[in-house]
Design a protein around this ligand. Structure first.
Ligand code: DX5
Ligand code: ZN
Length: 220
Protein backbone atom coordinates (compact mmCIF):
# COMPACT_ATOMS: atom_id res chain seq x y z
CA UNK A 1 0.00 0.00 0.00
CA UNK A 2 1.39 3.42 -0.97
CA UNK A 3 1.06 6.44 1.27
CA UNK A 4 1.82 9.81 -0.27
CA UNK A 5 4.95 11.43 1.11
CA UNK A 6 4.99 15.13 1.86
CA UNK A 7 6.61 17.82 3.96
CA UNK A 8 4.49 19.91 6.33
CA UNK A 9 6.45 23.01 7.34
CA UNK A 10 5.78 24.27 10.87
CA UNK A 11 5.21 28.02 11.06
CA UNK A 12 6.60 27.97 14.59
CA UNK A 13 10.04 28.40 13.03
CA UNK A 14 8.98 31.16 10.64
CA UNK A 15 9.25 34.92 11.14
CA UNK A 16 6.17 35.71 13.28
CA UNK A 17 6.01 39.17 11.72
CA UNK A 18 5.64 37.58 8.30
CA UNK A 19 3.62 34.38 8.70
CA UNK A 20 1.51 34.85 5.57
CA UNK A 21 4.57 35.11 3.37
CA UNK A 22 6.18 32.15 5.09
CA UNK A 23 3.10 30.05 4.29
CA UNK A 24 3.18 31.26 0.69
CA UNK A 25 6.86 30.38 0.35
CA UNK A 26 6.18 26.91 1.74
CA UNK A 27 3.32 26.39 -0.69
CA UNK A 28 5.39 27.60 -3.64
CA UNK A 29 8.24 25.35 -2.48
CA UNK A 30 6.12 22.22 -2.70
CA UNK A 31 4.86 21.77 0.87
CA UNK A 32 1.96 19.33 1.17
CA UNK A 33 0.38 21.21 4.07
CA UNK A 34 1.15 23.85 6.69
CA UNK A 35 1.62 22.81 10.32
CA UNK A 36 0.29 25.18 12.99
CA UNK A 37 1.55 24.59 16.52
CA UNK A 38 -1.00 25.81 19.06
CA UNK A 39 0.68 26.27 22.43
CA UNK A 40 -1.09 27.56 25.51
CA UNK A 41 1.66 28.23 28.05
CA UNK A 42 0.19 25.45 30.21
CA UNK A 43 0.25 22.07 28.48
CA UNK A 44 3.59 23.33 27.16
CA UNK A 45 5.51 26.34 28.52
CA UNK A 46 5.53 28.22 25.24
CA UNK A 47 2.71 30.37 23.81
CA UNK A 48 2.30 30.65 20.05
CA UNK A 49 -0.49 32.22 18.02
CA UNK A 50 -4.28 32.43 18.06
CA UNK A 51 -7.16 30.78 16.24
CA UNK A 52 -7.66 33.78 13.93
CA UNK A 53 -4.50 32.81 12.12
CA UNK A 54 -6.43 29.96 10.46
CA UNK A 55 -8.97 32.03 8.48
CA UNK A 56 -6.25 34.60 7.76
CA UNK A 57 -3.99 31.93 6.24
CA UNK A 58 -6.86 30.37 4.32
CA UNK A 59 -7.09 33.61 2.37
CA UNK A 60 -3.42 33.32 1.41
CA UNK A 61 -2.73 29.63 0.70
CA UNK A 62 -4.63 26.70 -0.76
CA UNK A 63 -2.73 23.78 0.80
CA UNK A 64 -4.24 22.09 3.88
CA UNK A 65 -3.76 23.65 7.30
CA UNK A 66 -3.06 21.23 10.14
CA UNK A 67 -3.79 22.56 13.64
CA UNK A 68 -1.73 20.73 16.28
CA UNK A 69 -3.35 21.51 19.63
CA UNK A 70 -0.88 21.47 22.50
CA UNK A 71 -3.46 22.81 24.93
CA UNK A 72 -4.60 21.67 28.37
CA UNK A 73 -8.17 22.65 27.56
CA UNK A 74 -8.50 21.49 23.95
CA UNK A 75 -12.04 20.08 24.50
CA UNK A 76 -13.24 23.51 25.72
CA UNK A 77 -11.76 25.29 22.71
CA UNK A 78 -12.70 22.66 20.15
CA UNK A 79 -15.81 24.42 18.85
CA UNK A 80 -13.75 27.55 18.14
CA UNK A 81 -11.17 25.54 16.21
CA UNK A 82 -13.91 23.70 14.32
CA UNK A 83 -15.47 27.02 13.39
CA UNK A 84 -12.11 28.24 12.05
CA UNK A 85 -12.14 25.17 9.77
CA UNK A 86 -8.58 24.05 9.39
CA UNK A 87 -8.27 20.91 7.26
CA UNK A 88 -7.16 18.77 10.18
CA UNK A 89 -7.27 19.12 13.97
CA UNK A 90 -4.75 17.08 15.95
CA UNK A 91 -5.33 16.40 19.65
CA UNK A 92 -2.65 15.35 22.13
CA UNK A 93 -3.84 11.96 23.38
CA UNK A 94 -2.60 12.61 26.92
CA UNK A 95 -4.48 15.93 27.16
CA UNK A 96 -8.01 14.64 26.52
CA UNK A 97 -10.23 12.21 28.44
CA UNK A 98 -12.75 11.32 25.76
CA UNK A 99 -10.77 11.26 22.52
CA UNK A 100 -13.23 9.18 20.51
CA UNK A 101 -16.07 11.60 21.16
CA UNK A 102 -13.87 14.56 20.21
CA UNK A 103 -12.68 12.79 17.06
CA UNK A 104 -16.30 12.26 16.05
CA UNK A 105 -17.09 15.94 16.70
CA UNK A 106 -14.22 16.99 14.45
CA UNK A 107 -15.09 14.54 11.69
CA UNK A 108 -18.76 15.39 11.71
CA UNK A 109 -17.70 18.96 10.81
CA UNK A 110 -15.91 17.45 7.78
CA UNK A 111 -12.51 18.19 9.25
CA UNK A 112 -9.88 15.47 9.43
CA UNK A 113 -9.09 14.26 12.93
CA UNK A 114 -5.65 13.48 14.25
CA UNK A 115 -4.06 12.19 17.42
CA UNK A 116 -0.59 13.11 18.64
CA UNK A 117 1.45 10.87 20.87
CA UNK A 118 4.49 12.00 22.86
CA UNK A 119 7.82 10.15 22.93
CA UNK A 120 7.38 8.39 26.30
CA UNK A 121 3.87 7.08 25.49
CA UNK A 122 3.30 3.61 23.99
CA UNK A 123 1.31 3.29 20.77
CA UNK A 124 -0.88 0.61 22.33
CA UNK A 125 -2.47 3.29 24.52
CA UNK A 126 -4.18 4.67 21.42
CA UNK A 127 -4.65 1.41 19.48
CA UNK A 128 -8.47 1.57 19.70
CA UNK A 129 -8.45 5.11 18.26
CA UNK A 130 -6.43 4.30 15.16
CA UNK A 131 -9.35 3.01 13.04
CA UNK A 132 -11.12 6.33 13.67
CA UNK A 133 -8.44 8.87 12.76
CA UNK A 134 -7.14 10.45 9.57
CA UNK A 135 -3.76 11.55 10.91
CA UNK A 136 -1.39 10.06 13.47
CA UNK A 137 1.22 12.50 14.69
CA UNK A 138 4.21 10.83 16.31
CA UNK A 139 6.14 13.36 18.38
CA UNK A 140 9.86 12.79 17.96
CA UNK A 141 10.74 15.44 20.55
CA UNK A 142 8.95 16.36 23.76
CA UNK A 143 6.47 19.05 22.76
CA UNK A 144 6.99 22.70 23.52
CA UNK A 145 9.75 24.12 21.37
CA UNK A 146 11.14 23.98 17.89
CA UNK A 147 14.78 23.25 17.20
CA UNK A 148 15.15 20.21 19.49
CA UNK A 149 17.10 17.08 18.68
CA UNK A 150 15.28 14.10 17.15
CA UNK A 151 14.72 11.23 19.62
CA UNK A 152 15.87 8.07 17.78
CA UNK A 153 13.84 5.74 20.00
CA UNK A 154 10.65 6.99 18.38
CA UNK A 155 11.55 5.27 15.07
CA UNK A 156 10.26 1.94 16.40
CA UNK A 157 6.89 3.55 17.17
CA UNK A 158 6.68 4.76 13.57
CA UNK A 159 7.38 1.21 12.32
CA UNK A 160 4.76 -0.18 14.67
CA UNK A 161 2.20 2.38 13.50
CA UNK A 162 2.90 1.66 9.84
CA UNK A 163 2.59 -2.10 10.43
CA UNK A 164 -0.71 -1.50 12.20
CA UNK A 165 -2.21 0.55 9.40
CA UNK A 166 -1.15 -1.95 6.74
CA UNK A 167 -2.34 -4.98 8.72
CA UNK A 168 -5.71 -3.36 9.39
CA UNK A 169 -6.16 -1.83 5.95
CA UNK A 170 -6.25 1.71 7.38
CA UNK A 171 -5.37 4.90 5.54
CA UNK A 172 -4.35 7.44 8.16
CA UNK A 173 -1.24 9.49 7.52
CA UNK A 174 1.72 8.94 9.81
CA UNK A 175 3.31 12.32 10.47
CA UNK A 176 6.50 12.84 12.44
CA UNK A 177 7.06 16.05 14.38
CA UNK A 178 10.27 17.33 15.95
CA UNK A 179 13.90 17.37 14.89
CA UNK A 180 13.05 16.38 11.31
CA UNK A 181 15.77 17.45 8.89
CA UNK A 182 17.70 16.13 5.88
CA UNK A 183 19.71 13.84 8.18
CA UNK A 184 16.80 12.29 10.10
CA UNK A 185 14.32 12.22 7.18
CA UNK A 186 15.77 9.10 5.58
CA UNK A 187 15.33 6.83 8.60
CA UNK A 188 11.88 8.32 9.25
CA UNK A 189 10.68 7.60 5.71
CA UNK A 190 12.16 4.09 5.88
CA UNK A 191 9.79 3.26 8.74
CA UNK A 192 6.80 3.89 6.47
CA UNK A 193 5.92 7.25 8.03
CA UNK A 194 4.87 9.55 5.19
CA UNK A 195 4.52 13.14 6.46
CA UNK A 196 7.59 15.07 7.58
CA UNK A 197 6.70 18.00 9.84
CA UNK A 198 9.64 20.37 9.97
CA UNK A 199 10.12 23.87 11.30
CA UNK A 200 13.77 24.80 11.66
CA UNK A 201 14.90 22.61 8.75
CA UNK A 202 12.54 24.47 6.39
CA UNK A 203 12.27 28.06 7.61
CA UNK A 204 15.87 28.12 8.84
CA UNK A 205 16.89 27.97 5.17
CA UNK A 206 16.73 30.69 2.52
CA UNK A 207 15.71 28.13 -0.09
CA UNK A 208 12.51 26.75 1.39
CA UNK A 209 11.70 24.71 -1.73
CA UNK A 210 15.19 23.20 -1.82
CA UNK A 211 14.89 22.24 1.85
CA UNK A 212 11.55 20.55 1.23
CA UNK A 213 12.81 18.62 -1.80
CA UNK A 214 15.99 17.47 -0.12
CA UNK A 215 14.03 16.03 2.80
CA UNK A 216 11.90 13.96 0.45
CA UNK A 217 14.92 12.66 -1.45
CA UNK A 218 17.44 12.21 1.34
CA UNK A 219 20.85 11.18 0.14
CA UNK A 220 22.07 9.47 3.29
C1 DX5 B 1 7.13 21.03 18.94
C2 DX5 B 1 6.21 21.27 17.74
C3 DX5 B 1 6.87 21.07 16.43
C4 DX5 B 1 8.02 22.00 16.15
C5 DX5 B 1 9.01 21.32 15.26
O1 DX5 B 1 6.38 21.09 20.11
O2 DX5 B 1 5.08 20.42 17.80
O3 DX5 B 1 5.93 21.13 15.37
O4 DX5 B 1 7.61 23.19 15.53
O5 DX5 B 1 10.11 22.12 15.13
P1 DX5 B 1 11.49 21.61 14.56
O6 DX5 B 1 11.24 21.10 13.18
O7 DX5 B 1 12.32 22.85 14.59
O8 DX5 B 1 11.98 20.53 15.48
ZN1 ZN C 1 3.67 20.32 15.98
Amino acid sequence: MEFERSVSPSLLAADFADLGNAALRAEAGGAGSIHLDYMDGHYVPNISFGIDLIPALKKRVGIPLIAHLMLSNAPDRLDDFIEAKPDCIVLQEDAVHNPLQLIERIRSAEIMAGIAINPPRALKKIGPLLPHIDYLLIMSVNPGFGGQEFIEDTLSKMEEAHRFRVEHGLHFDIAVDGGVNIYTAKSILETGANVLIAGTAVFGKDDVGGAIRSMLTPSR
